[in-house]
Ligand binder design. Structure first.
Ligand SMILES: *Cc1c(COP(=O)(O)O)cnc(C)c1O
Ligand code: SF4
Length: 346
């Protein structure tokens, strides 16, 4: 079925005056904040914030789109959006059990950039670039420089997919696949659609949250333009991420017939609270997004201060179940290297 995509009115960005001019998503990437001093100054945070951020950003630099920074509350060092992106000294601690490759990616590699851990689906790491650097990310130590990017470089992965009839779904991941140009992604989608046993294409991206104008007509054209069923998994951790421009970007995906799911990570001080998780789910389902997974934090070096215990997480899910319809309660999961699926905690 060919689905007509909505016409492409520019999505308004955040309300602060300097962001009210819609810019192309590529420009939004270019003008993203990279300087800890600038982020701390904008948010009226003390100088100690700057010194800590500079020290902690050495091996994983700060990167925050202005559209996302505009949603943070000035003067609040505990803002749940800020905490996801601000480098802090606690990242330099390395408690036991927190490692560089906590989810066993190196062992699951089929060809460079192609991972398979689960039956029927394989994951293509399309790029190392993201539209934001999340401080808790399990890929913060991933050897991205070894990842091939561009359709020619993916040929080995495409051949491997073509040669394995058991694979029905390809996940485009990264990094963030939607940092790539639509022309590149369109070519990739066509090559994948030409493999008869593939049925679905799934895109994992934080762009709809970070730079909502990324969901434009060119993107919808390749995403819905092949015989493959399109699925987009967004990543919002806190209800305040879902403001009007973001909801409008999701609406464009909805209107184009794309199935949209959300995954979140359970993060101390950000969303380890039943009110926050309930409101996140309510806003998602109101916009026809299924709350798919709530992930237990992967134990990556530098992210220990975000960890919430499994017991506390399971208790939060029990409380959510007493308040929300079943479809609005995410599956609370963790990734255990070598397991045949993500393991359900609650
Ligand atoms: C998480 C993950 C998937 C997707 O798992 P689903 O349960 O299908 O969402 C697929 N491949 C890899 C390598 C993953 O890490
Ligand atoms: S967007 Fe995703 S892959 Fe990129 S830093 Fe954030 S969590 Fe990691």
């Amino acid at each position: 079925m060919r689905i007509v995509t909505p016409s492409g009115d520019p999505v308004r960005t955040a309300s602060a005056d300097e962001f009210s001019e819609p810019v192309r998503w590529q420009s939004a990437m270019k003008r993203a904040l990279r300087d800890p001093a600038e982020l701390c100054r904008r948010l009226q945070l003390p100088d100690s914030c700057v010194d800590a951020a500079i020290a902690a950003a050495a091996d994983f630099p700060l990167f925050v789109p202005r559209e996302f920074a505009a949603k943070m509350t000035p003067g609040d060092p505990h803002d749940p959006l800020l905490l996801q992106v601000l480098p802090v000294l606690r990242e330099l601690e390395s408690p036991q059990g927190f490692t560089a490759d906590p989810v066993g990616d190196s062992d699951a590699t089929l060809t460079p950039g192609l991972l398979q851990k689960y039956a029927g689906r394989a994951l293509l790491v399309t790029t190392g670039a993201c539209a934001v650097h999340c401080r808790y990310c399990f890929r913060r130590h991933f050897p991205y420089t070894e990842v091939p990017s561009g359709v020619a470089a993916w040929q080995e992965a495409i051949d491997a997919l073509a040669g394995d009839e058991s694979i029905h779904e390809v996940l485009l991941s990264g990094g963030d696949p939607l940092t790539l140009a639509d022309a590149t992604l369109a070519e990739l989608a066509q090559q994948l659609a030409a493999i008869p046993h593939l049925r679905r294409i799934r895109v994992h991206s934080r762009l709809p949250i970070m730079i909502p104008q990324r969901i434009n007509d060119q993107l919808l054209a390749w995403l819905t333009g092949t015989r493959l069923t399109p699925i987009v998994v967004i990543h919002a951790n806190h209800p305040r991420e879902l403001d009007r421009p973001v909801l409008e970007s999701i609406d464009r995906l909805n209107q184009a017939g794309v199935m949209v799911l959300n995954q979140a990570v359970l993060l101390a001080g950000i969303n380890d609270d039943v009110e926050v998780l309930a409101e996140l789910s309510e806003r998602l389902v109101d916009q026809r997004v299924a709350p798919y997974y709530l992930h237990q934090l992967d134990r990556v070096k530098g992210a220990a201060h975000f960890e919430v215990s499994r017991e506390r997480g399971a208790e939060l899910i029990r409380q959510l179940r007493t308040r929300l319809p079943g479809y609005a309660v995410p599956r609370y999961v963790e990734e255990i290297a070598g397991e045949p699926n993500k393991t359900i905690i609650a």
